[in-house]
Design a protein around this ligand. Structure first.
Ligand code: ADP
Ligand code: MG
Length: 692
C-alpha cells in the first residue's frame, strides 16, 4: 500500500505499539504529522575526509572498508566493547563501540561504511569512538546536514529522521498550499512542498534560511489573519454613540495636559462617537500620565449617562485610582466607588445594589468587578489599567458585562512591550502611543552597587530624608522568598520584607519612620501603610513588587532594589518609574551581590538607558517571550518556527499581508482561502484561552 499523510506511524518499520505510543506523546500519530515536527537544530555532517586529512577538533565523515571480522570483548557486567578495524587506502582506523554488540553482525569484512565522528590520532594510529555509521552509498545519516529533533525517551533521532525522510519522500505530493500565490510572489516565499522537504533536509544552510523564512511567514500570517478577523468582528459591532469634548474635561485637571495626552483623548473621543465599539490601547511609558486619559474616558461615559468600570491589577492600585478619580471627578458631580475583594458584607451589598440601580457612575476595582453577581445598570465603558497582565480573553469576558450593546473598551499599558509582542497581544486593538513625559521631569539616575557600598547607600538615604524626600526599598516578594530554584544558590541573603524592615528601623534608621507593605498583608494594613507613605508620614517604605505598577508618590526620590538580579529588566524599569515623578532629582539604586558577569551586564543595560522600549527589546532578547511577563500568563500563543525576538521584520510583513487579505475577504469565504481558514480556526482552538 502506498504511504500517505494519513498512514499511521504504528506499523511502519521500527514502530511497534510501544513506540507508537511514545510518538503520540510528541503529538505524532500519522506520517503527515511528522512533517510538522521540526528539527530543533542541525548537525553539519557534510565534510568527508581521508583519514590522513581528518581535522582533529571536529567530527567529519570517513569512508572506510572493514578489514577483519569485528571483535567483541566483555569488560564487565554491563560493559562490552566491539572493536572494528577499517582501512581507507592510506590509513587504518581502530574503531571502538561501547555496548553495541549488534555491530558484530552488521559489519562484515570487506564491506564499506561511512563513519562520522572525531578521528583521533596518535602518531600513525587513527582511532574513533562510537561514530555514527551507515553503509556507503546510503546518505541518510552521513554526508548531509542532519536534522536533530525534539525527542522523548525510547525514540532515537535516527528513528525520527527515518520517519521524516519517508514523509518528505513519499507524501509531499499534493500537499495543499496555504499561502495565496500573490502573497508568495510579493514576499518571495518558496512553495510549501519545497519548504516542508528542506526544513528537514536542507542541502545548504542558505537553503535552510530560505525555507525557514517561508515557514515563519506562514505561521505569523495565519496568526495575524486570525487577529485581523478578531479586530474586524469587534469593530463591526455597534457601539454606543457618545459625545464628549476633551477641552471641557481638561478644565478639571490640576495641570496642563501634554500633547500626547491630548492626542490620546482626541482618539478616544473620536472612537466614542464613531458608532462602533471602541477597542483602544493607550501605551505610554511609566509616568507619561495615563491616569488623566483614563479619567477622561470615565468622565465622557458619565456625561453620556452610562457607567464606567476601571479595572486595576492589584488592590493597592485600585485604591489609589479610586482616590485619584474621586478627587478629580467628584467636583464634576460624578459618583465614584471602589470594589475589591476586601469589600465585604453589608458594604458590598449596598455597593452592588447602587451599581445595579445606576447610583454609581465610575466603579474602580480589581477583577472582582467582573465576577458573578456584579450587575451594572448600563455599563458603557470598560477601562483596564496595566493591560499586559490581562490577556485577550479576559478583555472579552469583561466586555460581556455590557449587555446587548458591547461596552467600549480602553486598555492602558505602562509596560512598553517589545513591538513584536505588542503586534500580537494587541493585534486586535487600535493604539494610541504616549511618547512624551509631563514637563519638568529630570531623568532618574540609575546606579549599580555591591554589598560593599551598603553603608554609604544608607547614608545617602538619610541625607535625602533630611531634605524632605521619601525612599522606597524593594525586596523580592515574601512568597517568592521561600521558593526553591534561586539562580544564585542557597548562600544568597535574600531580603525578606518584614525582617528587613524591622532591622532597618531598629539598627539603621532608629530615628526615621519606616513602614512596610507586601502582598500577604491584609488589605487594611496595606492601605494604611501606603496612604501613610502617600501623605508623607513615612520616610522609608520597604515593600515587595506590589508597588510595581502605577503607584504614584511624587515626593519619593530614591528607590533601592535589593537582589536586583532577581528581577527582569522590564520589571526593574517599572519599579524605577515609581520615582522621578515630581520635580526632584531621583535615583534608582540596584543592589546586587551577584558576582556573575551576565547578571551585572544585564543590570548595566538598565543603567544605560531610560527608554522603556529599548529595555523591553533587550529583555525579550535575553529572556525570551515566555519569561517576559514573569510567571503570569503572557497572552502569547506557542509558536513552532517563529521567534519573537528575531523575526520582527517578517512579522510586520505578515501582518500587513494578513490585514489586506482580511479586508478583502473578512470571513475567509473564498474557496482559495479554505485551507487558510481551517488553519486559523485550528490555531485559535488550540489557544482558546487566549483568543475569544
Ligand atoms: P502613568 O502613565 O505611569 O499612569 P500617572 O498617570 O500616574 O502616570 O501620572 C504620573 C504623575 O504625573 C502623576 O503625579 C500625575 O498627576 C502627573 N501628571 C500627569 N500628567 C501631567 C501633566 N500633563 N503635567 C504635569 N503632571 C502630570
Ligand atoms: Mg498608571
Amino acid at each position: 500500500m502506498p504511504l500517505t499523510r494519513e498512514t499511521p506511524l504504528t506499523g511502519l518499520p521500527g514502530v511497534g505499539p510501544v513506540r507508537g505510543q511514545k510518538l503520540e506523546k510528541l503529538g505524532l500519530r500519522t506520517l503527515g504529522d511528522t512533517l510538522d515536527h521540526l528539527p530543533q537544530r542541525y548537525e553539519d555532517r557534510r565534510e568527508c575526509c581521508a583519514l590522513q586529512d581528518a581535522p582533529r577538533d571536529r567530527p567529519c565523515c570517513v569512508s572506510a572498508m572493514v578489514a577483519e571480522t569485528p571483535r567483541i570483548s566483555f569488560v564487565r557486567r554491563g560493559l562490552t566493547l566491539v572493536k572494528v578495524k577499517a582501512v581507507d587506502g592510506a590509513g587504518t582506523v581502530h574503531i571502538t563501540f561501547f555496548n553495541q554488540d549488534y555491530i558484530r553482525e552488521v559489519m562484515r569484512a570487506g564491506e564499506s561504511f561511512v563513519f562520522y565522528g572525531v578521528v583521533e590520532r596518535q602518531g600513525n594510529l587513527f582511532t574513533m569512538t562510537n561514530p555514527v555509521f551507515e553503509r556507503e552509498g546510503t546518505g541518510r545519516t552521513t554526508g548531509l546536514i542532519m536534522p536533530v529533533y525534539p525527542l522523548t525517551a525510547g525514540i532515537s533521532n535516527n528513528l525520527m529522521a527515518g520517519l521524516t525522510r519517508r514523509a518528505v519522500e513519499e507524501c509531499l505530493e499534493g500537499l495543499p498550499e496555504v499561502l495565496p500565490a500573490k502573497i508568495r510572489k510579493d514576499h518571495q516565499l518558496c512553495q510549501t512542498q519545497f519548504a516542508r522537504k528542506h526544513i528537514h533536509y536542507p542541502a545548504t544552510f542558505e537553503e535552510l534560511e530560505t525555507v525557514r523564512r517561508r515557514l515563519v511567514f506562514e505561521e505569523l500570517f495565519i496568526l495575524t489573519c486570525g487577529l485581523a478577523q478578531l479586530k474586524d468582528r469587534r469593530s463591526a459591532g455597534d457601539g454606543r454613540l457618545m459625545d464628549s469634548s476633551p477641552e471641557e474635561f481638561v478644565a478639571l485637571l490640576p495641570f496642563t495636559p501634554t500633547e500626547a495626552q491630548r492626542r490620546a483623548m482626541e482618539d478616544i473621543a473620536a472612537d466614542l462617537k464613531s458608532g462602533k465599539a471602541m477597542n483602544r490601547l493607550v501605551q505610554g511609558d511609566v509616568g507619561s500620565g495615563k491616569t488623566a486619559v483614563a479619567a477622561f474616558g470615565a468622565w465622557a461615559a458619565a456625561k453620556n449617562g452610562v457607567q464606567c468600570a476601571l479595572m486595576a491589577p492589584t488592590e493597592l492600585l485600585a485604591e489609589q485610582h479610586a482616590r485619584t478619580m474621586d478627587a478629580l471627578l467628584s467636583p464634576a458631580g460624578m459618583r465614584v466607588a471602589l470594589l475589591t475583594g476586601s469589600v465585604k458584607g453589608k458594604e458590598k451589598k449596598n455597593l452592588l445594589s447602587a451599581l445595579a440601580e445606576g447610583g454609581i457612575d465610575l466603579i474602580v476595582g480589581t477583577h472582582a468587578l467582573f465576577s458573578q453577581g456584579v450587575e451594572y445598570k448600563d455599563l458603557g465603558l470598560v477601562i483596564a489599567d496595566e493591560q499586559h497582565r490581562f490577556g485577550v480573553a479576559q478583555r472579552a469576558a469583561l466586555a460581556e458585562k455590557g449587555g446587548a450593546v458591547p461596552p467600549h473598551v480602553l486598555v492602558m499599558s505602562a509596560t512598553p512591550i517589545p513591538r513584536t509582542l505588542a503586534l500580537i497581544i494587541y493585534g486586535d486593538l487600535d493604539v494610541s502611543i504616549m511618547d512624551e513625559l509631563p514637563p519638568g521631569r529630570t531623568p532618574v539616575s540609575t546606579l549599580l552597587v555591591g554589598e560593599d557600598k551598603r553603608q554609604r547607600m544608607y547614608g545617602f538615604v538619610r541625607r535625602q530624608v533630611d531634605e524632605g524626600r521619601q525612599v522606597y526599598i524593594v525586596c523580592p516578594s515574601v512568597e517568592e522568598n521561600g521558593g526553591a530554584g534561586w539562580e544564585d544558590g542557597p548562600g544568597m541573603d535574600l531580603k525578606a520584607v518584614t525582617a528587613y524592615a524591622r532591622e532597618l528601623q531598629e539598627r539603621v534608621f532608629p530615628d526615621l519612620r519606616v513602614g512596610f507593605v507586601h502582598g500577604k498583608l491584609n488589605a487594611k494594613d496595606k492601605e494604611a501603610a501606603m496612604s501613610a507613605f502617600n501623605r508623607g508620614e513615612l520616610d522609608v517604605l520597604v515593600s515587595t513588587t506590589v508597588i510595581e505598577v502605577g503607584v504614584d508618590v511624587p515626593n519619593a526620590s530614591v528607590i533601592i532594589i535589593e537582589n536586583a538580579e532577581r528581577f527582569g529588566l522590564s520589571q526593574l524599569h517599572q519599579l524605577r518609574g515609581r520615582v522621578g515623578r515630581g520635580k526632584h532629582q531621583s535615583w534608582c539604586i540596584l543592589v546586587t551581590a551577584s558576582g556573575r558577569e551576565t547578571a551585572r551586564e544585564r543590570l548595566k543595560a538598565l543603567c544605560a538607558t531610560n527608554d522603556g522600549f529599548q529595555i523591553a527589546e533587550e529583555d525579550l532578547r535575553l529572556r525570551g517571550p515566555g519569561d517576559f511577563f514573569g510567571k503570569r500568563q503572557h497572552g502569547l500563543p506557542q509558536l513552532k518556527v517563529a521567534d519573537f525576538a528575531s523575526d520582527m521584520q517578517l512579522l510586520k510583513e505578515a501582518k500587513q499581508a494578513a490585514e489586506e487579505l482580511i479586508a478583502d475577504d473578512p470571513e475567509l469565504k473564498k474557496s482559495s482561502h479554505r485551507l487558510l481558514k481551517r488553519k486559523v480556526q485550528k490555531l485559535f482552538q488550540e489557544n482558546a484561552e487566549l483568543f475569544h
